[in-house]
Ligand binder design. Structure first.
Ligand SMILES: Cc1ncc(C[n+]2csc(CCOP(=O)(O)OP(=O)(O)O)c2C)c(N)n1
Length: 524
């Protein structure tokens, strides 16, 4: 068969349902092989959108999302979303076309060294330099992308290799990789530290959600009463309705979650990815006993120097500690913090409250069911969503907090909408929205029905806020915008500008309940 057919058969064998991409001349054989397959090729409007779709597909399904671009400019456009998956530890396989091998040794139209360029944003990558290595390379790309800790991998496919003949066969994926148990000594030491602590606390990170450890975490918390603070990407590992939840890092009007961490004497981290949050912020004085529970050993970091490392599967680690540990953590030390956070987060706005992102969030929460999914873009609104939007189930608030790239939300909504039965809402600033707003066309073409909420402040507000904090001044952050309602309507979707609380309640409810793609603009 043609090598491009072999590549696509390998993808089918991996269970791939969608390839998000943008065509180019050098991809012709791959595209026609995809046409004959069971895989749906989804043409997008910008390669970055394709990579964010694959990234979010990986986040919500745990299986590698696949994105495809042509050589040169296609591959450089794709890179940001691939990097996002890399730092957010989301499984993704990127495939980029390339010129034929006969012209890669010299200066040549659109030819860049993409394998080299992608090396710093992937766990592993390779050029498919001959049809004979396709089957092993595809298997390896998926295995490494999906194996803890997951991330991005990349295959470069030169057009002459794609057109060559081969009689190689796809490899059979075997996904049953055994996940390791913790060693007895480490469990014993972790138990001692937790039992000796006066104010133990759990930080639940991205890994707690990603590795599906929520059930074990919930059991651990219910038996020990140890409180939990989630990272932005750990939201929902413990339900915020649980009396032991202290919500998310920096939650509460007076940073009550941070205050609880500051007073904790022993911190058990469960799947904490350092890329998400600098430990210097919560362990500035190096005075906490840290128990590190993760699939990988702790990063070497002055402010993160654990007393003990449980290097194992997260559920296995929690399940091993729980029967040994004799801890009933007194609620007195964190109850006030929880009450203050709940009061602020759950408070529905009064008629004369200003329309701010934080005030809108209880209304949005009310409109959405527990299992519905909110995808945040990046900016000031992301901080508000992370800190003020309660999550009740794992993976129901999707936030990029590793690379933290603007522009993820609108394309991310497409991937979530395709993969999930629950309702999907996207929350974005006006800045991040316009970065990838062209993907609304992709969404309507596919019949998606998610809701885009644009918090319009005509500025890159997070940067304004930071500059103001540092120097009482700001520069380079103000924008003008198109008429977002007319803009959205030009794509053929429903759109509303909601300014009063009554309009906001109605518009958000209608957006979530409706089965058409829609946009709600909220001036803030
Ligand atoms: C691709 C990218 N470029 C720049 C930044 C730096 N940055 C972080 S937040 C932000 C402002 C976002 O503005 P907007 O989308 O309007 O959201 P807001 O802060 O107003 O809520 C910028 C420029 C980034 N994170 N990602």
């Amino acid at each position: 068969m043609k090598a491009s057919n072999l590549l696509v058969e390998c993808l089918e064998r991996e269970g791939v349902e969608y390839v998000f991409g943008l065509p180019g001349e050098e991809l012709e054989d791959v595209l026609f092989s995809l046409r004959e397959s069971d895989i749906e090729f989804i043409p997008v409007r910008h390669e970055q959108g394709a990579a964010f779709m694959a990234d979010v597909h990986g986040r919500v399904t745990g299986r590698a999302g696949v994105c495809l671009s042509t050589l040169g400019p296609g591959a450089t456009n794709l890179l940001t979303g691939v990097a996002d998956a890399h730092l957010d530890k989301s499984p993704l396989v990127a495939i980029t076309g390339q010129a034929g091998l006969e012209r890669l040794h010299k200066e040549s139209h659109q030819a860049l060294d993409i394998v080299h360029t992608y090396r710093s944003v992937t766990k592993w990558n390779v050029q498919l330099s001959s049809p004979e290595i396709i089957n092993e390379s595809v298997r390896k790309a998926f295995k490494l992308a999906e194996y803890e800790k997951p991330g991005a991998t990349h295959l470069e496919f030169p057009e002459d290799v794609a057109a060559a003949e081969t009689d190689a066969e796809p490899l059979e994926p075997r996904r049953r990789v055994r996940r390791p148990d913790p060693d007895r000594q480490s469990v014993k030491r972790a138990v001692e530290l937790l039992e000796d602590a006066d104010r133990p606390l759990v930080i639940a990170g991205n890994g707690a959600v990603r590795t599906r450890a929520a059930q074990s975490l919930r059991r651990f918390v219910s038996d020990t009463s140890v409180p939990v603070v989630g990272t932005y990407m750990g939201k929902g590992a413990l339900s915020d309705a649980d009396e032991h939840s202290l919500f998310t890092l920096d939650s509460g009007a007076n940073d009550e979650a941070a205050d609880a961490i500051a007073r904790a004497d022993c911190v058990l981290t469960v799947g904490y990815d350092i890329a998400e949050h600098d430990p210097e912020k919560w362990n500035p004085d190096l005075d906490k006993d840290i128990v590190h529970l993760d699939h990988e050993p702790a990063e070497v970091y002055e402010h993160y120097n654990p007393e003990v490392e449980l290097v194992c599967d997260l559920s296995a680690g929690l399940d091993a500690v729980l029967p040994e540990v004799d801890v009933t953590c007194p609620a007195e030390w964190y109850r006030d913090q929880r009450e203050a956070i709940v009061e602020q987060v759950m408070r529905t706005p009064d008629a004369d409250d200003p329309v701010t992102v934080r005030n809108v969030l209880p209304v949005l929460r009310e409109a959405m069911a527990d299992e519905d999914v909110l995808i945040s873009d990046v900016g000031s609104h992301k901080m508000a969503i992370a800190q003020n939007f309660p999550a009740y189930e794992p993976n129901t608030v999707i936030i990029s907090n590793g690379l933290a790239s603007m522009g993820i939300a609108v394309p991310g909504g497409i991937a979530a909408d395709l993969a999930l039965d629950s309702e999907v809402v996207v929350g974005t600033g006006d800045g991040g929205f316009l970065m990838n707003a062209a993907e609304i066309e992709t969404a309507t073409r596919l019949g998606c029905d998610y809701t885009i909420v644009v918090f319009n402040d005509s500025e890159y507000r997070l940067i304004t806020e930071e500059q103001e904090e540092h120097r009482d001044d700001h520069f380079g952050t103000h924008l003008t915008n198109p008429d977002f309602v007319a803009f959205a309507e030009s794509f053929g979707i429903d759109a509303t500008r909601a300014e009063t609380w009554e309009e906001i309640v109605d518009a958000l409810r209608a957006g979530v309940e409706g089965d058409e793609m829609s946009l709600v603009e909220i001036p803030v």
